[in-house]
Design a protein around this ligand. Sequence first.
Ligand SMILES: Cc1ncc(COP(=O)(O)O)c(CN[C@@H](CCC(=O)O)C(=O)O)c1O
Length: 408
Amino acid sequence: MVKRNENIAKLQAGYLFPEIGRRKKALLEKEPDAKLISLGIGNTTEALSTHIVEGLHKEVTRLGTSEGYTGYDDDAQAQAFLDKLKTRISNNWYNGIISPEEIIVSDGSKPDCGRLFFLFGNNVSVAVQDPAYPVYVDGSVMIGATGNYNSDTEEFDGIEYMRCTEENDFFPDLSKVKRTDLIYICSPNNPTGAVATKKELKELVDFARKNRSIIIFDAAYSEFIREKGLPRSIFEIEGARECAIEVSSLSKPAGFTGVRLGWTIVPKELKFDDGQSVGKDWQRVVGTLFNGSSNIAQWGAIAALSETGLSEIKETVNYYMENAKIIKNGLDGLGIKTFGGVNSPYIWAAFPGKKSWDVFEDILTKAHVVTTPGAGFGKAGEGFVRFSAFGKTSDIKEAVKRLQENLK
Ligand SMILES: Cc1ncc(COP(=O)(O)O)c(CN[C@@H](CCC(=O)O)C(=O)O)c1O
């Protein structure tokens, strides 16, 4: 019989979001008529914008013609489309601070994180924010870059957990962080909704360069930053090109959670300790293990990154951010302390002295509202619950009304 991968066996529970799905199902089995409203998984709900649909249509129609058909992106026409997309990302998303050759188009940030685990292998030390998007810890465990789960600390040995709390404005106090090879940072942050300032990211870049570490900067929510002066990309910070990789995607701002289109940025200056190019190895990994993002999604992205597409994206982001305001105001009105929800679609609500899974169950059973328990994002998430602003505004208002009736 085949031996189980001992690293996967180290994981203590299933992935967070399917567990929430299981609990939703359990409630519906008990109360089949319950009208659940989900403020849980950050899944987009608003239809693709007109211009994006036109772009997708154009590609599908083209694929239906012999002269327009393209397969793998190794033929000239497919390459031309990909180059057009990379140029749009470079110019219209990064205002030219990143060149098209440093962009690798993918099917999303989560799969890119998965492939990055492969790029760096298991002989690396890892620092993650706590709380954090579960993929960074779970993936590092799976690839074998951590020790076993330690039931005393309730964490994985070998991971440097960088606590993010109200006291440090939910950004790591680097004076307390040990050196590691990789440093995972997400800003705007999932789940706290905090956005790193230029000063914080400059300290982070200086810290990484001094320690010859590599920052994996997850910018999946960069389009939700509306406050002036807050960095949308790690590459706005001087020195970042020598120490950072950025992952990003159209999932949340453009509603591509199902269409699937993301990218990684690996600057040409980024080197391993032996002087080898990280970008070259990344190209080798992606070229070997991934056959490219869907050509249809690429055309949707080309449309999304046009001037018209970008203004439609702004409208969609504003729609979700109005939802965030409704949730934040509703919770504040109940005397529940909240963070985030200003430059991010996530509201981080404090329930001091309570277990987050208990609060999750309480809200689910009493208000039929689904949330995400903070403990699912790490130990420092205990006592918090994440509310997602992705939803129809009518549902958001109904959910807040139910919370006001049941949480007072
Ligand atoms: C920080 C971060 N990075 C990447 C992704 C995924 O990006 P894709 O481009 O769509 O792959 C998410 C989605 N997090 C959502 C959905 C749950 C999940 O991705 O497991 C959430 O946290 O609710 C995210 O929160």
